[in-house]
Design a binder for this molecule. Structure first.
Ligand code: 13P
Length: 279
């Protein structure tokens, strides 16, 4: 029985200065790969899905699958809903039963609107016993339904404090130079900015766009105050690579090759983040 709240997992990470990986999953193999990796290195882990991944799996059937595997795991596992942009989708996530949710208001045209909607969502989620991650600034690298690319806006440390105070957010996603997806050029992370944000707010800080970063990037961001690191692209690429290496294999075997590759890729990240051995 190892289902934990994300807040419990991140509290320990914050106190002991290590990072915990968050990994998106859209099926049983991805979920099993994540939890298997965490068990293999005695690490806590956070898994979940997101609004943009809805076409691959509805919250309502994916969540029971994740909860069941989390409960049976030998390590702490939290099940979290990543990036949602619409009030209705977030409410659907609450109804489905996620232990924590992310509302991403970074696409809204003005900052006050992000504060207003985030506050409203925090109030509703808290009344249901659910914690909320919000984003300030904009990480970028994703695009909306109209295909418009998300802006990259670095998080301002003073704004971060006001934002957390005003919204009541439990976790803060910050923009310090990472982007979602595959990088066209190596990212340059603003670690002094991260340290300044860490100095102004108490809640756990979240780094999105965790794929394609160097080992040093991870060490510096965790040392600079990041507690949760979101990774998706690198794990999917590991699966794709494994599938490409077995062109003759049948569909069911391909699933297993992909699962093994995703488990290995996930374990590597957990070891880098410093969470191995912390379960
Ligand atoms: P990557 O796909 O760049 O790893 O980003 C994942 C992420 O931040 C999910 O929220």
């Amino acid at each position: 029985m190892a289902l934990y709240k994300m807040a419990e997992i991140l509290k320990d990470a914050q106190q002991k200065h290590y990072g915990v990986g968050y990994f998106n999953a859209v099926n049983m193999e991805m979920t099993r790969a994540c939890i298997g990796a965490a068990e293999a290195c005695s690490s806590p882990i956070i898994i979940g899905t997101a609004e943009a991944l809805l076409p691959y799996g509805a919250f309502e059937w994916l969540l029971p699958l994740m909860l069941r595997q989390a409960e049976a795991a030998r390590v702490p596992v939290a099940v979290h809903l990543d990036h949602t942009y619409h009030f209705d989708t977030l409410m659907r996530g609450l109804r489905a039963g996620f232990g924590s949710v992310m509302y991403d208001g970074s696409r809204l045209p003005d900052h006050r609107e992000n504060v207003r909607v985030s506050s409203e969502i925090v109030r509703i989620a808290h009344a249901m016993g659910v914690d909320v991650e919000c984003e300030l600034g904009s990480v970028g690298g994703l695009s909306d339904e109209q295909g418009r690319a998300d802006a990259v806006i670095y998080t301002d440390p003073e704004d971060a404090k006001r934002f957390v105070d005003e919204t009541g957010a439990d976790f803060l996603a910050v923009s310090i130079g990472t982007q979602h997806g595959v990088y066209k050029a190596p990212p340059k992370l603003d670690i002094p900015r991260l340290r300044a944000i860490r100095g102004t707010v108490d809640v756990p800080l979240v780094l999105h766009g965790g794929s394609g970063l160097s080992d040093d990037d991870f060490r510096e961001t965790v040392a600079g105050g990041i507690s949760k690191i979101n990774v998706f692209t690198d794990i999917v690429l590991a699966a794709q690579n494994a599938i490409a290496q077995h062109p003759q294999a049948g569909y069911t075997d391909l699933n297993l090759y992909a699962e093994t590759a995703m488990r290995e890729a996930t374990e590597k990240k957990l070891r880098l983040f410093g969470s191995a051995g912390m379960a």
